[in-house]
Design a binder for this molecule. Structure first.
Ligand code: ZN
Ligand code: ZN
Ligand code: ZN
Ligand code: ZN
Length: 466
């Protein structure tokens, strides 16, 4: 087997981390690995412990051995369900789930039980799990003494159970491929450090393996990173979220730059009528007192700006994102207040782009087509600049741009121009396909990737036709 293009290094600040051993081309699959453990999140509705389907009382039946509800006999036999089945049988009485459709506290034990079971079933995976970094958790779960007593885990100390829960919480990835999202912990992938402008991206196979892919050219000795938070959020929200979930304050080069590489995702428009400048504080890494216009030297108090942003934020979270008219109205209303690529605008434009592109392009009005093109171009600029690791998003964006351009050209009724747009869009489709090449077909992005094959064939037919 070929040697991996990375090595595991250690230092006192980062702990174990991954470093490139030679240069890695963009798009290379750097590592693929199955989860050490996977299972339901601590807080979830009643779900089938074999296939992840959300259950109702009518659509499920209790396991004949342990009582946990499952879809049917096939799911009862699934190896996924065996760890908690065996440990529940061992405690001497069945679990009884009565409440469906609400968060059910019994499920917080399942993934912990699966992790504990590794010690007997797969000791080498258990060792790997125990080597991951734990972190004190503040999520609302029952104390270790409770699960110890409930499942009669006499061989386990409370400390060990606590450590397992902490490792699962801090190292857990959301696995989106099952019928309901699951928590999955991986070995080497857990060693990837965070960067708000990460050089790697992760995706999953249909089987739940994680794939770590180079999101740009990576040089020898560079640290490999992924983004632990939403890379399209503004700096203050990202840092707060990282602090709440991962317990550190990020000060990467992207967080250090208030304009975020010139994308203006935190910028407000200068309220002075005659000025076209953008307003930002000098830094977001220290307490902010004032924001300055980059063009007319006007100064604004942070209190006033926080108030304004709080009001707009509340409006964004309350607006119906599946309502195109509401999105258009928001964009119009704040066009003179926020930068076109401010993170609130990006949020709404993303929803709008998604909605418009889910319709048949041939049925969109010309204004909607133009709007789709403009918002998608803005999203492309932002994603390419600050979030090159968002390969799923970039693939969808390029696909939408190509489809929009072709439809606009088709309506122009100019054969020569139409053919040149087709040729140009062919390149966009090919690039989109590269971005989406590793997406599993259970996800919409994987299916778009399949569709691109058909689009390319259509274009080739049209271009060879005289
Ligand atoms: Zn099932
Ligand atoms: Zn069972
Ligand atoms: Zn950062
Ligand atoms: Zn100004």
């Amino acid at each position: 087997m070929e040697a991996p293009p990375y090595k595991i290094c250690f230092d006192n600040i980062l702990g174990r981390h991954l470093v490139a051993t030679h240069s890695i081309d963009c798009g290379t699959v750097i590592l693929e690995e199955p989860p050490l453990v996977r299972g339901p999140f601590f807080h979830t509705y009643a779900v089938c412990l074999a296939c992840g389907k959300i259950l109702t009382e009518a659509s499920s039946r209790p396991c004949s051995k342990c009582g946990w509800p499952l879809c049917d006999e096939n799911c009862e036999k699934s190896p996924n369900h065996q760890p908690e089945c065996i440990l529940t049988v061992a405690r001497g009485n069945k679990i009884s789930i009565k409440n469906f459709g609400v968060s059910n506290p019994n499920y917080q034990f399942v993934t912990i039980l699966r992790a504990l079971y590794l010690k007997q079933a797969a000791p080498e995976m258990w060792e790997k799990l125990m080597q991951l970094q734990p972190h004190p958790i503040d999520v609302n779960i029952a104390p270790p003494s409770f699960i110890r007593k409930l499942f009669k885990l006499d061989d386990w100390s409370e400390d060990k159970i606590k450590k397992v829960a902490e490792i699962l919480t801090i190292n857990g990835h959301e696995l989106p491929i099952a019928r309901s999202p699951q928590l999955a912990v991986y070995d080497k992938t857990s060693l990837l450090e965070h960067c708000c402008q990460a050089n790697c991206t992760k995706t999953f196979t249909n089987e739940g393996h994680v794939l770590v892919i180079a999101a740009r050219q990576i040089e020898e000795n560079e640290h490999l990173s992924i983004c632990y938070t939403d890379p399209l959020w503004g700096v203050e929200n990202r840092r707060l979220h990282l602090h709440q979930t991962k317990h550190f304050w990020c000060s990467c080069s992207r967080c250090e730059d208030p304009s975020e590489m010139g994308t203006n995702i935190n910028s407000i428009r200068c309220p002075n009528e005659s000025c076209s400048g953008f307003v930002l504080p000098k830094t977001f890494l220290q307490e902010i007192k004032i924001w300055n216009c980059d063009s007319c030297d006007a100064v604004f108090s942070n209190d006033n700006i926080s108030l304004l942003l709080g009001k707009i934020g509340a409006e964004v979270s309350e607006m119906p994102k599946e309502d195109a008219a509401a999105c258009k109205q928001f964009i119009k209303k704040y066009d003179k207040v926020l930068a076109a690529t401010h993170f609130y605008m990006i949020d709404v434009k993303m929803a709008l782009s998604h909605m418009l592109s889910s319709e048949n392009y041939e049925e969109l009005s010309y204004n909607d087509l133009k709007l789709l093109f403009k918002t998608t171009e803005e999203l492309k600029m932002v994603a390419e600049t600050i979030a090159p690791a968002e390969r799923r998003l970039l693939g969808l964006i390029l696909y939408r741009l190509a489809k929009t351009k072709i439809e606009m050209a088709r309506r122009d009724d100019d054969e020569g121009k139409f053919r040149s747009v087709l040729a140009e869009s062919r390149n966009d489709f090919c690039e989109a396909r590269l971005f989406l090449a590793n997406e599993p077909t259970v996800l919409p992005e994987g299916r778009v990737c399949l569709k691109i094959g058909l689009e390319l064939k259509l274009i080739d037919d049209l271009l060879t036709k005289k």
